[in-house]
Design a protein around this ligand. Structure first.
Ligand SMILES: [Zn+2]
Length: 119
């Protein structure tokens, strides 16, 4: 017998005690359902927090005269983009600039000079 059929048969019954008992059980069930839904939502939130906290955090590392962000050995990432927008953007490979050797960010156009061109 499905829950719907059971409810229907109880409602057709002339037994008022049975009807009251059924209503109490139905109320308890609804209360339990609310608790389960809240627990499922809370569990999903906790899982999200745990996943976020397990992701490797970008750490700053000194390279020549500048600092870059790295995630383990992955990088270097732009410091400005990360600190302003919490976004990781790779820097270019090392290049020569008028001021020296360094890298730049293609997103925010910041140039990082690691060592001066002067001998
Ligand atoms: Zn940038």
């Amino acid at each position: 017998m499905t829950v719907q059929n059971f409810r229907h048969r109880v409602m057709l019954s002339k037994d008022n005690i049975l009807k009251q008992s059924y209503e109490r059980v139905a109320d308890d069930f609804e209360e339990l359902r609310t608790i389960v839904v809240n627990l499922v939502n809370e569990n999903a939130d906790l899982r999200r927090v745990r996943t976020a906290s397990q992701a490797p955090k970008p750490l700053i590392r000194h390279v020549g005269r500048v600092n870059y962000y790295f995630v383990a050995d992955d990088g270097p990432y732009c410091v400005r983009c990360y600190e302003q927008d919490r976004e990781l953007h790779y820097l270019t490979a090392q290049q020569q600039y008028p001021a020296g050797t360094g890298r730049h960010c293609q997103r925010c156009k910041t140039i990082y000079i690691e060592s001066s061109s002067r001998p």
